[in-house]
Design a protein around this ligand. Structure first.
Ligand code: MN
Length: 509
């Protein structure tokens, strides 16, 4: 048997730090449920001291994870951070505190303004303090990729002695070549006494497009935990993509003496879910989960694949759950069929809520002949969005055409429950709708990006609109909306982005 490699998913912490990818507690719980279904070993659920919203998310995820996965909370090597992490993790059956400090010359001199000895002492203290609160303590040596290896060994020795159970060696800036990073892991394996009693973990960023290669180099040299995110979300160019590492280990496990216990059939669904929740689209040529990952268009390739799939396809799409969504429901489907399918997708509802979902399902089913999983997911997520909505679009009527002045009449309810009816003209139907929303909301933001796509096949498909806005403080927010009518979907997406902006501003204060 090869070595079991733990998968630590940090979509909800590092991934959420991607510009525009902030998620509310409810959205994080939805993602966490999918991570549990997929079988990740550790869910890094947030950074509790950073905001009340993060604290709540860690706490709720702790309560749903049970013994299925360890739940980890991030902290700096600061007592109050560590105490907040421990508090948020009280609900967890298997809590893990992650704490750490910068160890590269530039981090110590420019950011921390601390000497090597001070950093060493602070690291050991943080681990000892965390260890007094929970058993499982992971230490990260921030920017280890650019650290002096001898100093790194001293730090790791100190935190192992202080009781750390997992040692994370991040290439925080994604600056290493795989071979050098592998050697760094090897140096630690060979020079720290007691290292055989702890787990060594790799955490890499994709600034040079090497994150997956770095993670695999770490595994080859002794690491037994990989930190990653769905779709490779994360700071800047992102983190190691979970789906890439898992499939690479599946294909080359013997060579690397490694395997994971991830349910690979969940990979495509998890990717779509995270994309929908964060509003961050997946590039079509993304490895494993991109829309084109299993598409063959050149004549030579098509000919080969038809003769023997293995000629140009190294992974069976079914293995990653990408065999296409099944046509399962129609307007003739009853309550039981819908409830069953939703449960398979991971959603359950109270009787009352289910009735509302069923009503909406019938509306969609009446308009379309076939209802796909993606349609169901958009119904459910639309609803979940509404629950924490601040502004809600009640009605939208548009007049447009040639020759006509595009005019929008919108009814919007605000957080106080007051209904506003506004009528506005614009240069086009979307412009008119957005100006109507602006008039009610009264907060300035800049529309950066606007994209429409069909979620499912056919001319009657649900249209999905994603938008990206920049608030006055420069922060970016994504919004999504879906509807059979793309102008309505556009308005919902814009309101969704505005609601996210307001929620984020509230949760920070
Ligand atoms: Mn990171």
């Amino acid at each position: 048997m090869t070595r079991k490699i733990d998968i630590l998913d940090t979509t909800l912490r590092d991934g959420e730090q991607s510009p525009g990818c902030s998620m509310n507690t409810q959205e994080k719980v939805i993602v966490a449920r999918e991570l549990l279904r997929m079988g990740v070993d550790v869910i890094e659920a947030g950074f509790p001291v950073s905001s009340p919203g993060d604290f709540r998310a860690v706490s709720e995820i702790g309560s749903i994870a049970g013994d299925q996965a360890a739940v980890a909370a991030f902290s700096r090597a600061v007592d109050s951070d560590i105490a907040a992490a421990a508090d948020a993790l009280k609900t967890a059956e298997r809590p893990r505190i992650i704490t750490g400090i910068g160890v590269s010359p530039i981090h110590m001199e420019e950011k921390l303004r601390m000497s090597e000895d001070e950093v060493l002492e602070r690291a050991a203290h943080a681990v000892a303090y965390a260890k007094s609160l929970v058993d499982d303590v992971q230490f990260y040596a921030e920017d280890a990729g650019r650290a002096n290896p001898e100093f790194l060994v001293r730090v790791v020795q100190a935190v192992v002695d202080a009781g750390a159970t997992v040692i994370e060696i991040p290439d925080t800036t994604g600056s290493c070549l795989p071979e050098a990073y592998g050697n760094l892991i090897k140096t630690i394996m060979e020079n720290v006494s007691g290292i055989e009693n702890v787990k060594v973990s790799v955490h890499a960023h994709n600034d040079l497009g090497l994150a997956t290669a770095l993670a695999l180099a770490g595994v080859r040299n002794g690491a037994t935990q990989v930190e990653c995110t769905i779709n490779g979300l994360g700071e800047r160019a992102g983190n190691t993509a979970l789906e890439e590492v898992v499939m690479a280990l599946r294909m080359h496990g013997d060579e690397l003496d490694a395997h994971t216990t991830i349910q690979t059939r969940e990979l495509t669904r998890a990717s779509r879910l995270v994309s929908r929740v964060t509003g961050m689209s997946v590039q079509p040529n993304k490895a494993i989960v991109g829309a084109n990952a299993f598409a063959h268009s050149s004549g030579i390739h098509q000919d080969g694949v038809l003769k023997a799939r293995g000629t140009y396809e190294i992974i069976d799409p079914a293995e990653v759950g990408a065999s296409g969504s099944d046509i399962i429901l129609s307007s003739r489907s009853g309550h039981a069929a819908l409830r069953h399918r939703l449960q398979e997708l991971g959603y359950s509802f109270s009787e009352e809520d289910f009735e509302e979902v069923y009503e909406r399902f019938l509306e969609i089913a009446d308009q379309k002949k076939e209802v796909y999983d993606e349609d169901l997911e958009s119904i459910v997520q639309e609803r979940q969005r509404d629950i924490e909505a601040i502004f809600t679009l009640n009605a939208l009527q548009i007049q447009c055409g040639d020759p006509l002045v595009p005019t929008a009449v919108a009814t919007i309810t605000d957080a106080a429950g007051v209904r506003h009816v506004v009528s506005v003209t614009g240069t086009g139907p979307v412009d008119a709708a957005y100006k109507a929303i602006d008039k009610v909301v009264g907060i300035e933001s800049d529309l950066q990006e606007f994209a429409v796509k069909a979620i499912t096949r056919g001319i009657d498909a649900i249209g999905e609109v994603t938008v990206r806005i920049t608030a006055q403080d420069g922060r970016v927010y994504n919004g999504r909306g879906s509807d059979n009518d793309i102008i309505v979907a556009s308005a919902k997406a814009y309101i969704n982005a505005i609601n996210r902006m307001i929620q984020a501003q509230r949760s920070r204060s």
